[in-house]
Write a protein that binds this ligand. Structure first.
Ligand SMILES: C[S@@+](CC[C@H](N)C(=O)[O-])C[C@H]1O[C@@H](n2cnc3c(N)ncnc32)[C@H](O)[C@@H]1O
Length: 167
């Protein structure tokens, strides 16, 4: 599978279901994430793998200048409808962000960055677009929680994914 195949499959997958119910259930995590980082008015904030914008709307409420990206066109569409023009949305794989170097103060991701198949590539991208001293914060599932348990069960029955090419 090439990177392009992987991107297309991921974008399609996340666009299939009605995501709104899950987004509502994840709102407490978005609250915790944004409260922990406390973006200041005027901070340039990116909501990474933003889904329908749970984090983006909270950063806007604090006066930040917010952009949001997601790999799935459907998520970007739903996010735009939710936030209106206060958030600049774009489609992007977190492993290949179409942003200039050193142009963000804060990057946030609620249960989004964790899906990057090559975390080191995604983190390098975020480091590139953050200004020196910029901040990155994310939420992730714990290794002993029910989501990790589900992943262990799936792994028992689904064949392993082929390793991706590194470039
Ligand atoms: C569990 S949802 C979380 C969405 C949102 N952050 C929230 O808190 O509701 C995961 C999101 O990650 C996006 N995603 C998955 N892989 C991605 C990638 N490589 N680059 C960008 N977005 C990605 C999906 O399209 C989906 O919207």
């Amino acid at each position: 599978m090439t990177q392009d195949d992987r991107r297309a499959a991921t974008a399609k997958h996340w666009g299939l279901a009605d995501y709104s119910g899950l987004a509502r259930r994840l709102e407490p995590a978005a609250d915790a994430l944004v409260n922990a980082v406390a973006p200041k008015p005027g901070d340039r904030v990116l909501d990474v793998a933003a889904g329908t914008g749970n984090v983006a709307v909270r950063a806007v409420a604090r006066g930040a200048q917010v952009t949001a990206c997601d790999i799935a066109p459907r998520m970007v569409q739903l996010g735009r409808e939710r936030t209106g023009p206060e958030v600049q949305w774009f489609e992007a794989d977190v492993e290949n962000l179409p942003l200039p170097d050193a142009t963000l103060d804060v990057a946030l991701s609620a249960f989004g960055l964790i899906f990057a198949p090559r975390p080191e590539v995604a983190l390098a991208q975020l480091r590139r677009v953050l200004v020196p001293g910029g901040r990155l914060a994310l939420t992730a599932w714990t290794a002993d929680g029910c989501i990790a348990e589900r992943a262990r069960i799936v792994k028992e029955f689904v064949p392993p994914i082929q390793p991706l090419p590194t470039h």
